[in-house]
Ligand binder design. Structure first.
Ligand code: IPM
Ligand code: MG
Length: 401
């Protein structure tokens, strides 16, 4: 096997806690890599006015593989107030470094698997026909377009005259024409056919490879005729090359309603950036939420793997740490999938499945108790105890392929 160099970007808060846990698991399965630490996040913003430093960009460009923990984002005013005094008032604008990274490297294919682990007390349950409890097996993989749409950052408050003039060429802008510019806020939703095609093709290829029977486009073409309409049209074209996979279409709002009705029906879901963000959190909530939500951001050159939870700063310094490392560890397993080492990735997932099913080691979220210094005394496993349990399952041999 080639020796890989992986750029590790723990970022802020609990990112610093969970990323090292994932490295322990990668070591345990014999993944032979070198790790280079790279800075990202709030400290970089405060110190240098740039949360995604050039060195981090250079390292990613060089090594192509990244593991990312989490970052803290704050609203504009707070972000400015926390800057080093010398940097304040210079017009520096905080922009989420993970969003910037996705765009900088065109990591346009975001994969977010939401699969329930049997025995997870956080799995979604519903009442069955006879009044009993029914726990559907959720196995849905969200493909989120990761660089365009409402995240493109093309937006204004008090837009320039040229923008207003251009918008005024659209008959429907009449409704806003008399609003003073300073009272106008505009965020654009830009889709390109190329990006629609890439995300839809990735979704169909995945469905075919992993035996899913359907790909669902989750958009809103009845209202967003141009952007959602383009995604749907592209999906219809791409489907022709995959005759064994059915193409379904849902509206994002209805999909949220069906979420708790029949989640087991959905295999692969493909969506634009914002709806993909929403629908991936929604499905993650059915399979354990933030502690289990893993993701991959994949481009032609570079790929970065991250749990989708935030940085939960209040838990960063809690000793021992109580956050659930599973989302980060599952993200590391996705990195192994990406480099073609699914055998090690599957061993990791089986070890996690075994620990979850055994039910002896559970982090506070899995116990449904509030997180805090008292959680351990209430029986919750610490972060490292959860990793230890996964390592023990790996060592037990039960999860060897
Ligand atoms: C995610 C997060 C990010 C996003 C935030 C932190 C900018 O919600 O990865 O889903 O909106 O993409
Ligand atoms: Mg999100």
């Amino acid at each position: 096997m080639n020796r890989y160099t992986v750029v590790t970007m723990p970022g802020d808060g609990v990112g610093k806690v969970v990323l090292p846990e994932a490295l322990r698991v990668l070591d345990a399965v014999g993944f032979d890599a070198e790790y280079v630490h790279a800075e990202i996040g709030w400290d970089e913003w405060i110190q240098h006015g740039n949360p995604l430093p050039q060195r981090t960009i250079d390292l990613l460009a060089e090594h192509k593989l990244g593991l990312f923990g989490a970052i803290t984002s704050k609203p504009k005013r707070e972000a400015d107030a926390e800057l080093r005094p010398e940097l304040r008032g210079k017009g520096l604008v905080y922009y989420s470094p993970i969003v910037t990274m996705r765009q900088r490297f065109d990591l346009d294919v975001c994969i977010r698997p939401c699969r329930s682990f049997p025995g997870n007390p956080l799995n979604f349950v519903r009442r069955d026909r006879n009044g009993g409890i029914d726990e559907p097996k959720v196995d849905t993989v969200i493909f989120r377009q990761n660089t365009e749409g409402l995240y493109a950052g093309v937006e204004w408050t008090d837009p320039p005259d040229q923008v207003v003039a251009a918008l005024a060429t659209h008959p429907r802008f009449k409704a806003f024409a008399s609003t003073p510019k300073k009272d106008l806020a505009i965020s654009t939703r830009i889709f390109t056919r190329r990006a629609c095609r890439r995300i839809v093709e990735a979704a169909f290829a995945y469905a075919e490879q992993h035996g899913y029977r359907s790909v669902t486009v989750c958009e809103k073409p009845n209202v967003l005729r141009e952007t959602s309409g383009m995604m749907e049209q592209v999906a219809r074209e791409v489907q022709k090359a995959h005759p064994t996979i059915q193409l379904w279409s849902t509206n994002i709002d209805a999909q949220m309603m069906w979420l708790t009705k029949n989640p087991e029906d959905y295999g692969v879901i493909v969506a634009g950036n914002m709806f993909g963000d929403i629908v991936s959190d929604a499905f993650a909530g059915l399979v354990g939420g933030l502690g289990f939500a893993c993701s991959a951001n994949i481009g032609d050159e570079v790929a970065v793997f991250e749990p989708t939870h935030g940085s939960a700063p209040k838990y960063e310094t809690l000793q021992p740490s109580i956050v659930n490392p599973i989302a980060m560890i599952l993200s590391a397993a996705m990195m192994l999938d990406h480099i073609g080492d699914s055998s090690r990735a599957n061993r990791i997932r089986r070890a996690i499945a075994q620990v979850v099913a055994a039910g002896e080691v559970r982090t506070y979220d899995m116990m449904r108790i509030p997180g805090g210094p008292q959680s351990i005394a209430q029986g919750a496993a610490s972060t490292s105890e959860m990793t230890d349990a996964i390592l023990a399952a790996l060592a037990s041999g039960a999860v060897h392929a």
